[in-house]
Design a protein around this ligand. Sequence first.
Ligand SMILES: N[C@@H](CCC(=O)N[C@@H](CS)C(=O)NCC(=O)O)C(=O)O
Length: 228
Amino acid sequence: MEATNQSNHAMKLYSHPMSSCSRRVRLGLEFKGLKYECINITSAGDPELLKINPMGYVPALMDGTTVVSDSFAILLYLEEKYPQHALLPKDLMRKSINYQAASIVSSSIQPLQNLVLVNYIGELVSPDEKLPWAQYHIRKGFVALEKLLGNYAGTYATGDEIYLADLYLAPQLDNGINRFKLDMTEFPLLLKLSKTYNETPSFRQILTETLQQHTDKNVLDFIKQQEA
Ligand SMILES: N[C@@H](CCC(=O)N[C@@H](CS)C(=O)NCC(=O)O)C(=O)O
């Protein structure tokens, strides 16, 4: 049965246009047809965000009186409360592949290419090490994902439906390809998935918006300031 949030209240999503973690959740909200107000955090240490997520990270979701931070927790919360457009397949094996793909992205790739860390490496070691560092860790994760999804992918990462794995992959592929300029020659499956996401309207809308941000000086200045 479809659960909507339209009659009572719109959710609030604390987000940032360049944040791949926020984009995962925005995609989940989009596919579930849920209305939300996107609050773009524009200053480092925003007191409103710190009140609801003491780590100061985006995304954080406010659904009525329920507050949830961390994209994985938010998406699992949404999945239970709003079951329409299931983000997880019923088949246990395929479900576990979705968990694995999401976990590889969120634990073993994104934190290591987070701009805060990349800039820290730049200061600690050398500015020239920033890009190789990010590329090394993204590549390592992509090697694992290319192999993991090889037996399961269809049009999308784990078959012909859009599931959790796609919500994690699309923004991470965008980061790898467009922000960190990773050579994708050795990842034909991931490259094909990236093309599919860019051709699928719901993904494209959020990815295109972000592509503009890669070159937006104000956003880049904000990121630098946040990382200082
Ligand atoms: N595990 C968290 C990670 C959250 C996270 O790292 N968010 C990044 C944006 S993608 C952030 O807020 N970075 C700002 C900072 O590191 O200060 C999630 O999946 O939501």
